[in-house]
Design a protein around this ligand. Structure first.
Ligand code: RB5
Length: 151
């Protein structure tokens, strides 16, 4: 599984922590930045390249972190084929993949601590889309909406 991660200054410390954690667990993970903590940086500059890579199929699961996770989710959902959500509990991190084929998890670096973040990303990464007919029907409706509004 190809994993990507991105964060602005609000999520930088958590990103570095999760990056080290995932690498220690044997995951190969692409870091879309920021490369250093810069209090003046802007979350779209890091989340958009990650979301673009997810949309292009170059990354299977993305993790985007800003201060609240809100800006990251807003940016990521601008990209066709990206299904991003701000998640703060493990039920949704898992079920979002199983039912909604969530492919980009957004976290608030100023909202959650490193241990909860760890549980969230493993719930997200270990989950699989169920493919059940009712979920596929809903995703097909989402695709129709995307095709209506996105290039
Ligand atoms: C940056 O200060 C902050 O606004 C940003 O990280 C994020 O929380 C936006 O949603």
């Amino acid at each position: 599984m190809k994993i990507g991660i991105a964060a602005d200054h609000g999520g930088f410390t958590l990103k570095q922590h999760l990056l080290r954690l995932l690498e220690a667990e044997g995951y190969h993970i692409t870091d879309f930045g920021a490369e250093a903590l810069d209090p003046k940086d802007d979350y779209p500059d890091y989340v958009a390249p990650l979301a673009r890579a997810v949309a292009a199929g170059l990354i299977d699961r993305g993790i985007a972190i800003c201060g609240s996770g809100v800006g990251a989710a807003i940016v990521a959902n601008k990209f066709k084929g990206v299904r991003a959500a701000l998640v703060t509990e493990t039920y949704s991190a898992r079920q979002g993949v199983e039912h909604d084929q969530l492919n980009l998890l957004c976290l608030g670096g100023r909202v959650i601590g490193p241990e909860l973040a760890k549980e969230l990303i493993f719930a997200f990464l270990n989950a699989h889309y169920s493919g059940d007919a009712r979920h596929q029907r809903r995703l097909d409706k989402l695709k129709d909406i995307e095709n209506e509004y996105f290039k």
